[in-house]
Design a protein around this ligand. Sequence first.
Ligand code: CU
Ligand code: ZN
Length: 228
Amino acid sequence: MRNVCHPTLPIPDRNAAGLIRKSARFGAIFPYQQMWTAARSLGRAGALRKGDSMKALGVLLLVACPLVVGTTSIRERPRTAEAVLHNSVGLEIGTATFVEVRGAGLKISLDVHGLPPGLHGFHIHSGGKCNPPDFASAGPHFNPDDRQHGLKNPQGPHAGDLGNLLVAANGWARVVILDPRLSLTAGRPNSLTRPGGTSIVIHAQPDDEVSDPSGHSGVRIACGIIVN
Ligand SMILES: [Cu+2]
Ligand SMILES: [Zn+2]
C-alpha cells in the first residue's frame, strides 16, 4: 500500500534506520488499522453493499494515504552540512560536520589539526566566505536572535557561539557539541542554510564567553564555509 501513495525512500544509513524503525510500524500498521476500523463501522451502519466495495476502498485509500505520506517524512535523510577548514595560509586543517537533530538542534562534529595547543574561541559566522589570511570575509557571529555575545552573558548568546575548543599538545582537536539554537532547515531564521551562507571560524585566543561582540578571542586563524 505504501507504493500506492508514495515511493519507498531508500534507507540512508544505520542511524536513520534506527529512527525509521518506529515510524515504519506506524506507517505500515496504523493506516490499515484506520481502514479496518472505518470499514467495520461502515459495515455496521449498513453503508457497504457488494457493489460499493471498490468505491469504498478508493475512499479509504484517500483517507489513509495522507497518513502514510505524513509518516514518510520521518524516513527522510536527516539534514546535514559540512565545512572544510583552512588556516590563514590556505592549508586544509580538518572538517566540521553538521547534522540536524529533530527537536534538539544541530550536532556539530569538529575534527581539526595543526593548531596551537590550548583554548580557542570558535563560532558560526554569518558570512559564507573564508578569504585568507584574516578571514574578515566571514563577517560577524551568526546572530539571528539579535542577542549579545557569550554563552555566559545574561544578554546572550549569539546562536553561533560555540564556546571554546581545546587543542591538545599535538595540535589536534576533536569535539562534538549540540547547539540547540541552530538548524539546517531552509527558511528558518536560525538555519545555516541561508542566502549569503555561513562559516565556522576558529580564533587565536580563548573566548571569555561574556564580552560583546566576540569574547576577546583574537584574530581568526582557521575558517570553513558551511555547505550542504
Ligand atoms: Cu568567531
Ligand atoms: Zn558571539
